[in-house]
Design a protein around this ligand. Structure first.
Ligand code: ADP
Length: 671
């Protein structure tokens, strides 16, 4: 097909995506004077991307396959709004050749490569065969058509263990198994095939040498319809969890200038093999010395901002200009590498509970200003709801600086200055990760996070003197704020050291605890004279001055700033010592701990029952698996909280269950 006919100028762009990427594309499209159309599902009526666009079209029910993955509805939406072009973002239909073809068939411009290019690069086997021909270095392996057990076993022997069995159609780390010996091969192939069949409807496998201590290095490329093809340096995405990227940086701290030029040249060769048009990424795995092609992604990637920050190029703008049929505005030698950028993916998930997604309403959403090298690409706002239907990425925080060390420090400061409440986020985990000495020293590989998980997810430190005083200050500051807005009742507030003061001294007692830890007591003395806080034998003078998002707290003459959020009896504090989540124990008592969690076998979030693993009447050891739920994209197995007998199972495979619903009952054995 003549690709010059596919690309032409348009005025209205439909973004076939949601969340931060839809917001990101809308921002640039708007800046280029385009009219933007958002699409949404019933779960996303009030979502940020819908509010940002000029127009928005409801696609259908929450389930992605009824909305964001529904090609017919998407094409209909372009008709309804007069959109002439479609930007697919990433994920969903962004690498779906049938969708690209359907857009073309409907007379639309697809902002991306042609269906043919996607088909050529879409399968890992097919693209590896192409790369082999083009002379791009590959990981030793097998990517042939024959799929019988004997062929795969022979290929594995030849490559030599450890090997990786990989779904040719794979993505997102699915359908992939590391195999360390011949005995493990057959079962690994069976399970990888099952996963690949379910996820991609295609169970063809390839076999690759497993590169030891692997690093992930990828090159951003972009081509136009006039035969120009550019590389925009590389990104290093070695910090991964379950083959999914967590932190990305550019340029790679692992490569020297000669290696950089070599990998970029290999990437240009790879994309050149299909005369690629649009933005794409050539992915390599590296042993720290050599790089080997693993796959190409024919779309914009989550981590594209780090490339933008070191090159000054707006990749979405270039995507749109390529889609207009323009030639790329720069030549290869005009693309300069400037400084260092690092990105962290902020997710609604709980790292201390196996990264379980966290859904609910975002009650607080406070982000630092995008100044001093900091950039934030967000898809949510305060008051928005994180639903269980889609990927739980909330935002990306990206920092640029002249050096890697300063970029890391800026990113960490940005993460520390962020308060998201109402849902659990991975922000403390991200901070711990990027400030880990081995990350700073770039002494990492793709298994680093898994190995260091205990350190990276350890609970926040116990609150000290400063935090207890800050907790009191937060409550009092909050009450004062409330009192000022209800003028008269101010007289009842104990917080009158700022104005009227009662005669004599008064004392108010508080108690706080962290999780199920011990109660820590503190008293506030106020009235005439300076206020003080008393903790055990210690008495500290205490003064506060409110400021945006918190207050300055002065203890015994030392001032420090504290960020604070109060949600009922829950206090979230950020002091110079880190983040602290404290529970204010109600002095009037009446507090009961709800019987949830460990003892009750209940759905922690809305989900689908995917397996029942024990039968009614069965005797269970403590920790024995009972059933598996799929919650968002993750499987979670619920286990026996103690040894006993499985009295009843209250669900079956396929049931969609609501949060908190009891799914099984275990009766403790009488020992
Ligand atoms: P997906 O398309 O599912 O993301 P990839 O082929 O891109 O799968 O691989 C995902 C990740 O798995 C890579 O980023 C890399 O960390 C790791 N990986 C892939 N191939 C190899 C290999 N041959 N040796 C070691 N690690 C690998």
């Amino acid at each position: 097909m003549d690709s010059t006919k596919l690309y032409r100028r348009f005025r209205t762009l439909l973004i076939a995506n949601r969340g931060e990427i839809a917001c990101r594309v809308i921002r640039t499209a708007r800046a280029m004077g385009l009219r933007t159309v958002a699409v949404y599902s019933e779960a996303d009526r009030d979502a940020m991307h819908v509010a940002l666009a000029d127009e928005a079209v409801l696609l259908g029910p929450a389930r992605a396959r009824d909305s964001y993955l529904n090609v017919e509805r998407l094409i209909e939406a372009t008709k309804k709004t007069g959109a002439e072009a479609v930007h697919p973002g990433y994920g969903f239909l962004s690498e779906n050749a049938e969708f690209a073809q359907a857009c073309y068939g409907a007379g639309l411009v697809f902002v991306g490569p042609t269906a043919e290019m996607m088909n050529a690069m879409g399968s890992k086997s097919g693209s590896k065969a192409l790369m082999e021909k083009a002379g791009v270095p590959l990981v030793p392996g097998y990517h042939g058509d024959a799929q019988d057990d004997a062929t795969l076993a022979k290929a594995a022997e030849k490559v030599g263990f450890p090997i990786l069995v990989k779904a040719s159609a794979g993505g997102g780390g699915r359908g992939m198994r590391i195999v360390r010996s011949a005995a493990e091969l057959a079962p690994a192939i069976v399970s990888a095939k099952r996963e690949a069949k379910a996820a991609f409807g295609d169970d063809r496998m390839l076999i690759e040498k497993y590169v030891d201590n692997p690093r992930h290095i990828e090159v951003q490329i972009i081509g136009d319809s006039h035969g120009n093809l550019l590389s925009l340096f590389e990104r290093e995405c070695t910090l991964q969890r379950r083959h999914q990227k967590v932190i990305e940086e550019a340029p790679s701290p692992t490569l020297n200038a000669a290696q950089r030029e070599a990998v970029c040249a290999a990437a240009r060769k790879a994309a050149g093999a299909v005369n690629y048009v649009g933005a794409g990424t050539i992915e390599f795995v590296s042993d720290g010395k050599d790089v080997f092609f693993i796959e190409m992604n024919t779309r914009l990637q989550v981590e594209h901002p780090v490339t933008e920050l070191i090159t000054g190029v707006d990749l979405v703008e270039w995507q749109l200009r390529v889609a207009f049929g323009e030639a790329l505005p720069l030549k290869q030698d005009e693309i300069k590498l400037n400084g260092y950028a690092i990105e962290a993916r902020v997710y609604a998930e709980n790292p201390t509970r196996n990264f379980m997604p966290s859904v609910g309403r975002i009650s607080t959403w406070r982000l630092p200003a995008e100044t001093g090298g900091l950039r934030i690409d967000a898809g949510y706002r305060e008051g928005d709801t994180v639903s269980p239907y889609y990927d739980a990425m909330l935002a990306k925080m990206i920092a640029w600086a002249p050096t890697r060390d300063v970029a890391i420090d800026r990113l960490n400061r940005g993460l520390e200055d962020t308060d998201v409440r109402g849902i659990v986020t991975n922000i403390p985990f991200l901070s711990a990760l990027i400030t880990h000495p081995k990350v700073r020293a770039n002494a990492i590989d793709t298994g680093f996070i898994e190995r260091e998980l205990a350190v990276l997810t350890s609970a926040s430190p116990a609150p000290g003197e400063l935090e207890l005083c800050a907790a009191v200050a937060a409550i009092v500051n909050d009450e004062r704020g409330a009192a000022q807005s209800e003028t008269k009742s101010a007289l009842n507030s104990p917080w009158q050291t700022f104005g009227w003061q009662p005669v004599g001294r008064r004392q108010r007692n508080f108690a706080f605890r962290v999780g199920h830890g011990p109660e820590q007591k503190i008293a506030l003395n106020y009235g005439s004279g300076p206020s003080t806080c008393v903790i055990g034998e210690r008495e500290l003078t205490f003064a506060i001055a409110p400021r945006d998002g918190g207050f300055d707290l002065t203890l015994d003459g030392v001032k420090s700033s504290v960020a604070a959020v109060i949600d009922g009896h829950e206090l979230y504090l950020r002091t110079r010592n880190g983040r602290f989540d404290l529970h204010w124990v109600d002095p009037f008592g009446g507090e009961t701990e709800e019987q949830t969690g460990a003892d009750k076998i209940a759905a922690p979030l809305p989900g689908t029952v995917v397996a029942v693993l024990a039968e009614e009447g069965a005797k269970l050891e403590k920790g024995a698996p009972i059933l598996t739920l799929e919650v968002m994209k993750m499987e979670q197995t619920l286990r026996a909280p103690y040894a006993g007998v499985l009295k009843s199972i209250r669900c079956k495979v396929g049931d969609i269950v609501q949060e908190g619903i009891e799914l099984a009952v275990v009766e403790a054995s009488g020992e």
